[in-house]
Design a binder for this molecule. Structure first.
Ligand SMILES: NC(=O)C1=CN([C@@H]2O[C@H](COP(=O)(O)OP(=O)(O)OC[C@H]3O[C@@H](n4cnc5c(N)ncnc54)[C@H](OP(=O)(O)O)[C@@H]3O)[C@@H](O)[C@H]2O)[C@@H](O)CC1
Ligand SMILES: Nc1ncnc2c1ncn2[C@@H]1O[C@H](COP(=O)(O)OP(=O)(O)O)[C@@H](O)[C@H]1O
Ligand SMILES: [K+]
Length: 519
């Protein structure tokens, strides 16, 4: 058995579907763990955590919503424990027919004199509600009268704590099945459920934490075969960062990144991409911009080699004018797109035809959408595409909608395009062509602001350029960049409020966040 800390770190990376969770539980039960014992263990862990977060007597009246399955069973164990700790517990039990084990707990709660109701109204004056209506067994639409009762909860103001998932959310896709509880907190049981990491679930889940109940890692590995879905934890991301260098090295050994970005109209995009790249620590940074942007870039990034390129009449890059003896394959990575405009189509065609690891963003993606993503399958070096949902739809019109099941969408896009696809959003999802998916589990809406994606492009380009000599997968690097970018946003928000995180400010928090995370 792994020491507890290391096991916990592994568990935090795992993401499961309902079916995978069922299979893992089935193995535990088949090995001899009684179902009732597991429910008891889970229920008691939840009750302890409730007592810490909502201590008696600050919180006195607790309403417990009990469904027909084992989610309801868990809730009844919590109800019983809280009753014995002095809380006044009231139970809402809208469905009479309960699974056997749940029914036994219901009978015992009745014998203790805990009142139960078929209607929701008697719970109106509770200080806290615990939602154990449905968990990962929920597959059908919620019907009346439960839908109306859940609607009623939206009008009440007490905190709601959901067990495993807010009732009514689909475990895998995060879809609302008719109506769903809007939780203040969710205690996800055992392993992270995929639906909790989907953007559309975020409005419902509140603050989420994992309640570990010691699932053996052997059972997890037995069920979860590659490709997997992984949460990008701090441990995973930090292990990928190029934090220490060998004592004997030089700038070109630390990666040479070429940025191709900007136009007279969109100068800021080039600057923000360059500042993101600077923070990555890349050994050498070259920046190709239209000639008229050269003074601006030189003034802001004195360390960079700024290549002024001939311009179109509208101020876009007309052709790359790299220094004598340099071609596109001289670089460890190229990142291009922000601010280019569609006039830069020949430039994108040129980089696609070259054999160098490539990050495409913004207009780079818009041009690729016109050229067709099948162009990518001919590249022998890795390509990373970093679309937001709008760009994604233009690039992959036949993939599932990125507004719905983002994990399926990004996986299919990566498989068909043979690129690593980083689908930006509240919970950025990254997939590689083999179907491995990473989800960045923490971020802040402070990042929903013009230019913050440009910062990510530069940061990712810089990490990619530094990693080519090492054996780190490109999707792991993209996941690491998404984590770093979000963590900088979170730190910037903490110091400057949610409205204080403009994209330039974000670049200034990229290094401080490492101090905090790495120590
Ligand atoms: N096994 C264990 O000991 C452990 C289990 N754990 C806990 O168990 C939970 C999973 O339990 P579960 O599989 O019993 O399913 P659950 O989520 O309670 O609900 C399914 C029930 O709801 C019913 N139902 C569905 N939709 C409905 C609708 N629209 N309207 C009305 N009814 C509807 C459905 O009925 P059916 O569709 O079959 O007719 C079925 O009866 C899990 O999330 C976790 O909390 C963990 O603590 C670990 C230990
Ligand atoms: N609600 C949100 N929560 C967390 N991060 C967000 C949210 N909305 C956007 N972001 C992040 O902000 C960045 C925006 O990038 P993008 O849409 O390309 O903007 P731009 O093109 O203006 O730079 C992405 O990294 C995205 O993941
Ligand atoms: K629930």
């Amino acid at each position: 058995m792994l020491p507890d800390r290391s096991r916990r770190k592994q568990i935090e990376q795992v993401v499961v579907t309902a079916e995978q969770m069922r299979q893992i539980e089935a193995r535990i039960f088949a090995a001899g763990m009684p179902v009732a014992a597991l429910m008891e263990k889970v229920g008691i862990s939840i009750a302890r955590r409730v007592q810490t977060l909502y201590p008696y007597p600050q919180v006195r009246r607790v309403g417990v919503l009990v469904g027909p399955g084992h989610n309801g069973g868990d809730a009844l164990v919590v109800a019983r424990e809280l009753h014995f700790q002095g809380y006044e517990v009231l139970i809402y039990r809208p469905i009479a027919k309960l699974k056997e084990l749940t029914n036994q707990h219901a009978q015992y709660a009745e014998s203790l004199g805990i009142p139960h109701f078929e209607a929701i109204a008697p719970l109106q004056d509770c200080d806290l509600l615990i939602d154990g209506l449905f968990g990962f067994g929920m597959e059908r639409q919620i019907t009346e009268p439960i839908a109306s009762d859940i609607h009623q909860l939206d009008r009440w103001s007490m905190p709601i704590l959901s067990i495993d998932l807010p009732s009514g959310l689909h475990t895998d896709t995060g879809e609302v099945l008719g109506k769903a509880v809007k939780a203040t907190r969710t205690f996800c049981l055992g392993l992270w459920k995929q639906g909790l990491l989907q953007d559309r679930a975020l409005e419902y889940i509140g603050t989420v934490e994992l309640i570990d109940f010691d699932i053996p890692t052997a059972d997890i590995h037995a069920v979860l075969e590659a490709p997997k879905v992984k949460r990008v934890t701090s441990d995973l991301a930090i292990a990928t960062l190029p934090l220490t260098r060998p004592p004997v090295t030089h700038k070109y050994k630390q990666g040479h990144l070429l940025l191709i970005c900007g136009s007279r109209r969109y100068a800021g995009g080039a600057l923000l991409t360059a500042l993101g790249a600077r923070a990555s620590g890349v050994g050498m940074l070259s920046i190709a911009v239209p000639e008229s942007l050269k003074p601006l870039l030189n003034a802001q990034l004195p360390e960079a080699l700024v290549v002024g390129c001939p311009e179109t009449d509208n101020g876009a890059i007309a052709q790359l004018d790299l220094p004598e003896g340099t071609d596109l394959e001289s670089f460890q990575a190229i990142a291009c797109g922000p601010g280019l405009t569609l006039e830069a189509t020949p430039i994108i065609q040129g980089v696609l035809n070259n054999d160098c690891p490539l990050v495409l963003d913004a207009d780079g993606l818009n041009i690729l959408a016109i050229l067709g993503t099948q162009k990518l399958s001919r590249r022998s070096s890795p390509t990373v595409l970093t679309p937001h949902a709008g760009e994604f739809k233009r690039l992959f019109p036949d993939a599932p909608s990125p507004m719905q099941d983002r994990i399926s969408a990004v996986r299919e896009a990566a498989q068909t395009s043979k690129a690593v696809v980083l689908l930006k959003g509240a919970r950025t999802a990254i997939a590689n062509p083999s179907g491995q998916v990473w989800i960045n589990p923490e971020s802040t809406p402070a990042l929903a602001r013009g230019g913050s994606g440009d910062v990510l492009t530069g940061l990712l380009g810089g990490l990619l350029a530094q990693a080519t000599a090492q054996h780190i997968s490109v999707d792991a690097i993209a996941a690491c960049a998404a984590w770093w970018h979000s963590q900088a946003g979170i730190l910037a928000e903490r110091e400057r409020t949610q409205i204080g995180v403009d994209a330039f400010t974000l670049t200034q928090f990229l290094i401080p966040v490492l101090h905090q995370s790495v120590g």
